[in-house]
Design a protein around this ligand. Structure first.
Ligand SMILES: C[S@@+](CC[C@H](N)C(=O)[O-])C[C@H]1O[C@@H](n2cnc3c(N)ncnc32)[C@H](O)[C@@H]1O
Length: 252
């Protein structure tokens, strides 16, 4: 079976190693009280992290939802997109065929016919405000009490950032809202306590500072210091970053 390090290097995608680790942990903490859902699978990198994590937890299958035709920004960059064949190959290579149920469709269409309770959902599909908000509104009611909602790309995409600020950090229905790089996740509850709301607001201040710094770091490297030497240094640091992510079930 592939290690998480193999997945991080061999499967194409945008997931940072620390984010991969976070997804693995979130899935491994599930108790099997509901399904695990992923919106936006691309070529399967995050899907495999969730599936591997779930195997060490409640063993719920991963419902991987993606039309596999890419998002608007991918079409602009790559032209016509079709990722399903590579997605399948990557899932098979990771030995996760039994754990993954692909839905080759748009998230809102799947939401209309999806009747299972959801214990964990990872939202990484459309990144503009309307798309993320539609996903949030469609899937929030399906998430069980003490289930988790997680979002990717919250620091670089203003629409995703707005949804997590308004509907997660400031909501009365989430507690223990935390972030790892660009992933924000929180535990859904019927009603959070005053102390939990204060905790979420403190976390929001820390998150907004982190998001601001991440955006400036990106601007600095991609606009103001975009020279061959800085590109080489960044590529070198990224390669180094891939290695040391211990996964609980693998660090024997
Ligand atoms: C950023 S990529 C996902 C990356 C993936 N989670 C990973 O970490 O490897 C976004 C994906 O969302 C998919 N997508 C776009 N619109 C969608 C929608 N309405 N419902 C579900 N997926 C969608 C795209 O096809 C694309 O594969």
């Amino acid at each position: 079976m592939q290690t998480i390090e193999d997945i991080l290097t061999s499967v194409d995608g945008w997931l940072n190693p620390k984010e991969a680790h976070r997804l693995y942990r979130l899935a491994s903490e599930c108790k099997g009280r509901g399904a695990i859902v992923e919106i936006g699978s691309w070529k399967g990198k995050s899907t495999i992290c969730l599936a591997r994590g779930s195997l060490t937890g409640g063993k719920a299958k991963i419902h991987a939802i993606d039309p596999h035709t890419g998002s608007p920004e991918h079409s602009k960059e790559f032209g016509a997109v079709w990722t399903f064949d590579e997605f399948r190959r990557n899932i098979t290579a990771a030995g996760m065929d039994e754990m993954v149920i692909p839905h080759v469709d748009f998230s809102d269409a799947v939401a209309r016919k999806f009747n299972e309770p959801v214990e964990l959902i990872f939202i990484d599909g459309l990144h503009e405000y309307e798309g993320v908000k539609t996903d949030f509104d469609a899937w929030f009611p399906k998430v069980i009490d003490h289930g988790t909602m997680a979002f990717h790309d919250t620091t670089g995409w203003p629409g995703v950032l707005r949804v997590v600020c308004e509907d997660v950090f400031k909501s009365r229905h989430f507690r223990k809202v935390r972030f790892t790089k660009s992933i924000v996740h929180g535990e859904k509850v019927a009603q959070n306590t005053f102390a939990e709301r204060v905790g979420n607001r403190i976390m929001l201040c820390a998150f907004l500072t982190h998001a601001f710094l991440e955006r400036w770091q990106w601007r600095l490297l991609h606009r103001y210091l975009d020279f061959p030497i800085t590109r080489s240094i960044v590529a070198f640091l990224k390669r180094r970053q891939v290695k040391p992510v211990p996964m609980p079930a693998e660090s024997k």
